[in-house]
Design a binder for this molecule. Structure first.
Ligand SMILES: Cc1cc2nc3c(=O)[nH]c(=O)nc-3n(C[C@H](O)[C@H](O)[C@H](O)COP(=O)(O)O)c2cc1C
Length: 397
């Protein structure tokens, strides 16, 4: 299928899967353990019904959204993704430049395969920096100082990685540190010559911000210790708030009480996220967690939702459940994997056009005007949705 025939993010995913070796596809596609959370993020969004209203003038649909004093052309941005150049060569910079061109935010991951300085330059004012708090305070401080010097004004600290997620696909694919060339890897390289050639041209991907520190890493445990810590607590967040003078967001919040604590500590916003289902398999879908968080802190904090966004309508659904903005991870990754720069552009077009169409169909001329009243309550009571609830109602339970 050519790019122009890709009608949806799922179509881009299928195209990317044909162009990329299996172990690299699984790296992005995969979730924690049995991947229940990865699937239910998408399914719970699909379960949310919105009731269209007609006879409203929707000749000019406005998809803009203003966050922290900056107006973006669309209410979605690129979520931070580590090691994305392993999926498609030079994906990081391709996506950062795309976000600048389309005037949407790009979040550079601590674990990106391109340095934060290079991504600040590529995103040119549209870049935010995502921070993993390391078990070594000097490593964390080094990253913060570099982010400051590179001109980032928004720091997004990720809270949901007290331990690395267990991803069964990566274990089956024997992805390890140091990277080992297995017979499966060799077969994958031969079967995908374009990917192999581009990877050769752009060089073996690494976790660029820590390249020196990780040179001597001989195990995955070494890498983990450098990147993350099980000891990141509210005290640590308090210190971070005192240290970072710009906008501070916490990513990975699912419990309303944690959201309240973030607000009390002076954070500016939250990303209601479960890491795209990559950390645990037993948690809630983010769209299910959002309404209670919006009720608890919606007046105090900017709320961003991620995990499972595959359609423009999902962005409207998120808004109706209390989000101000959304991030998408895999949707952009599939785009760049399906066709480099053109594929990334196609992913953005699909989300943007679907979003504008959904707003028009819903009878709401501006994204900011979507409110909770857009949600249907025919099948479920207000605030209730999801296959589990609907099954119970249908069964009279
Ligand atoms: C391959 C991959 C790598 C990721 N790396 C990071 C990371 O380095 N830091 C982070 O905070 N989140 C990371 N995430 C999570 C994303 O930021 C985001 O929460 C998730 O992709 C949203 O779900 P979606 O892919 O369904 O849109 C990663 C996600 C994927 C798929």
């Amino acid at each position: 299928m050519g790019l122009e025939r890709a009608a949806s993010i799922d179509d881009l995913r299928l195209r990317a899967r044909r162009r990329i070796p299996r172990f690299a596809v699984d790296l992005v596609d995969g979730g924690a353990e049995d991947e229940r959370n990865r699937r239910c993020n998408v399914e719970a969004l699909q379960e949310i019904e919105l009731t269209p209203r007609y006879m409203v003038d929707v000749s000019n649909v406005d998809t803009r959204a203003t966050l922290f004093g900056q107006t973006y052309d669309a209410p979605f941005g690129m979520a931070p993704i580590g090691m994305l150049n392993a999926f498609w060569p030079d994906a990081d910079r391709t996506l950062a430049r795309l976000c600048k061109r389309r005037n949407i935010p790009y979040v550079a991951s601590s674990a990106a395969s391109t340095t934060l300085e290079s991504l600040a330059e590529a995103a040119d004012g549209n870049g935010w920096f995502q921070l993993y708090v390391s078990s070594d305070a000097d490593v964390t401080e080094g990253l913060i100082a570099r982010a400051e010097a590179a001109g980032y004004t928004t720091l997004m600290v990720t809270a949901d990685v007290p331990a690395a997620g267990k991803r069964d696909r990566d274990i089956r694919n024997r992805l390890a540190v140091p990277f080992r060339i297995t017979p499966e890897v060799v077969a994958g390289l031969i079967a995908h010559p374009r990917w192999s050639l581009e990877t050769l041209i752009h060089g073996k991907p690494n976790i660029a911000n820590y390249a020196d520190l990780l040179q001597s890493a001989t195990s995955y445990a070494d890498v983990q210790k450098t990147l993350i810590t099980p000891g990141f607590t509210w005290e640590g967040l308090k210190r971070l708030r005192a240290r970072w003078h710009g906008t501070l967001l916490v990513k990975g919040i699912l419990h309303p009480q944690d959201a309240v604590t973030c607000a009390d500590l002076g954070c500016d916003g939250l990303v209601v996220s479960n890491h795209g289902g990559r950390q645990v398999a037993f948690g809630p879908a983010t769209i299910d967690a959002l309404p209670a968080i919006a009720e608890a802190v919606g007046e105090r904090l900017t709320l961003i939702l991620d995990s499972g966004i595959r359609r423009g309508a999902d962005i409207v659904r998120a808004r109706a459940c209390g989000a101000d903005f959304v991030l998408a991870g895999r949707a952009f990754a599939y785009g760049v994997g399906a066709g480099g720069k053109a594929g990334a552009g196609r992913a953005t077009d699909i989300l943007q056009l679907e979003l504008a169409r959904a707003l028009g169909q819903l009878g709401v001329p501006a994204f900011g005007e979507v409110g909770p009243s857009a949600r249907s309550t025919f099948r479920h009571g207000p605030g209730q949705h999801g296959p589990r609830v609907s099954a119970a109602l249908r069964d009279g339970g």
